[in-house]
Design a protein around this ligand. Structure first.
Ligand code: GLU
Length: 503
């Protein structure tokens, strides 16, 4: 059996879209499941769409997510170079071969001439039915061709599609598809202007030379596949042609179209793995990393967008995903992008992190706010509060009262809870707590409860008022835990302040 070798082959035209990340992930899971190799190839033959920094961004994104490669542009390997712009010489040979075989021809039509044709003829296609009316080595005389060449006219090489051939593709996800070659046009496979082949030729040649066994890519590339099959045939490589698997689209959370950057902006979620500063527009877009996502959570979320394990299990480590992944369980239909689910996964993964690790991260936020606290206290706070957040960055909002006494009090809470006798009760409580040395929750709870029942107060009413005094609002964890963490002095201080401020 052929060795398993797959590639992720992005074009460096901007930030890597989250759908591209999923494609990389599925390639990785597929390869590792079968003990195969994963390759990173950069398809940068379209100089007009090249964006500075995009390649670095792609590498950094995949590193962050632990999608690892065996060979590639960033680590080298046996089949180097892995950047197509460095493979010019290689492609030249294959273009010459097609020209010699008359499977391709040179065309001199200028962009203006092509445009004129398109306005003249509705749905104009450069193919068997029109090519003899155009300016190319098939239609022009020898002399005319020579004239063009001597005038150093720009030219392209076009792949000559023979009409009425049936092209069969068996896609591992979509099943068997047949296409009649007459619907295809004579695609440009080389441009003299940048002396580079186009995507189609470079892609096919490299998949062949790099001995790629499976091409797993987004559904948007399905229409190119018949052409690629014909190129394999023209080169006589049918026997080693990779197997194709086209992944379903990622769909908008609302409606049916393809998920776009605009949907992310509109609905408030990132569509890129990392922050991206677009060098062309200077626009800055948020990434999952900077939003506070745990890479394993994002991987888990993406793995289930288009693949399912066939069980109810939802939480998977990368190793488990590798073990269970198969293309048979990738769905044909599009996968709705559910951002709430992404947050849910992050919540789950945050709970799996140790309190010490979360405390370390949270401490960075505290340092920025000039708050100094000891590690033990911070770990205790994290243990009490992490269940309430999806991101470490949300901890501050939930925990601020541990560090800073309330400056204001929630008015609704006061209106509802602070009764005529509340201040008097708080003054009594102040006296009781003042005489207490042991501030451990079990002790304070017992003393406070005894006092409440002795005086025949309403437990809920007193506790709600005390909460307003300590937290400033009707929120937060167990009151006696809060009291222990903030300490006796601060607790007493907050009660005094509340009684003076709220009358
Ligand atoms: N360069 C193409 C892209 O940007 C690769 C498509 C393929 O995987 O064949 O997605």
């Amino acid at each position: 059996m052929k060795k398993i070798r797959v590639r992720f082959a992005p074009s460096p035209t901007g930030a890597l879209h989250i759908g591209g990340v999923r494609t990389a992930l599925y390639n990785y899971l597929f390869a590792k499941n079968l003990g195969g190799k994963m390759i990173l190839r950069i398809e940068d033959t379209d100089s007009a769409r090249f964006v500075e920094g995009a390649e670095k961004y792609i590498v950094e994104s995949l590193n962050w997510l632990n999608i690892n490669f065996d060979e590639g542009v960033h680590i080298g390997g046996e089949y180097a170079p892995y950047r197509q712009s460095e493979r010019k010489e290689i492609y030249k040979k294959y273009i010459d071969y097609l020209l010699e075989k008359k499977a391709a021809y040179i065309a001199f039509d200028t962009p203006e001439e092509l445009e004129a044709k398109r306005t003249q003829i509705a749905n104009f296609q450069y193919d068997a039915s029109t090519r003899m009316t155009m300016k190319n080595t098939l239609s022009l005389s020898k002399e005319e061709v020579e004239k063009m060449i001597n005038a150093e006219r720009n030219f392209v090489v076009r792949f000559k599609i023979e009409p009425n051939q049936i092209i069969k593709i068996s896609d591992l996800i979509r099943g068997d598809v047949s296409v009649n070659s007459s619907v295809l046009d004579d695609k440009v496979i080389y441009k003299s202007t940048d002396q580079l082949p186009t995507y189609h030729l470079a892609n096919v040649v490299d998949d062949h030379l790099m001995e790629i066994s499976h091409v797993i890519r987004g559904e948007e590339w399905l229409p190119s596949t018949p052409l690629h099959v014909l190129l394999y045939r023209a080169f006589g490589w049918e026997d080693t042609m990779p197997q194709f698997a086209h992944l379903p689209l990622l769909l908008k959370p609302d409606g049916n179209g393809k998920l776009s950057k605009r949907d992310g902006d509109r609905l408030g979620f990132p569509v890129f793995p990392l922050n991206w500063n677009d060098p062309k527009t200077s626009e800055i877009s948020f990434g999952y990393r900077e939003k506070g996502y745990i890479p394993e959570a994002l991987v888990n979320f993406l793995a289930l967008l288009g693949w399912n394990p066939g069980t109810e299990q939802e939480i998977f480590s990368m190793d488990e995903l590798i073990q269970m992944f198969s293309l048979e369980r990738v769905s044909k239909s599009g996968a709705k992008f559910d951002y709430e689910k992404a947050k849910w996964f992050n919540h789950k993964y945050l709970q799996m992190k140790s309190n010490d690790d979360i405390a370390d991260e949270f401490n960075k936020i505290l340092i920025e706010k000039n708050i100094v606290t000891d590690t033990d206290t911070l770990v205790r706070i994290v243990a009490l509060m992490k269940e309430r957040v999806n991101f470490i960055s949300e901890l501050w909002e939930q925990c601020e009262f541990f560090f800073i006494a309330p400056k204001t009090y929630d008015e609704k809470a006061i209106a509802k809870r602070w009764k005529d006798d509340s201040s008097q009760q708080m003054r009594e409580l102040f006296e009781i707590l003042k005489n207490l040395d042991n501030f451990l929750p079990a002790n304070t709870e017992k003393v406070v409860m005894d006092w409440i029942s002795e005086r025949n107060y309403n437990v809920g009413a007193v506790m709600n008022v005390l909460r307003i005094a300590l937290v400033g609002a009707s929120k937060g964890p167990h009151l006696f835990d809060i009291m222990e963490i903030t300490g006796k002095e601060e607790t007493l201080q907050r009660i005094t302040t509340a009684v003076t401020k709220i009358l």
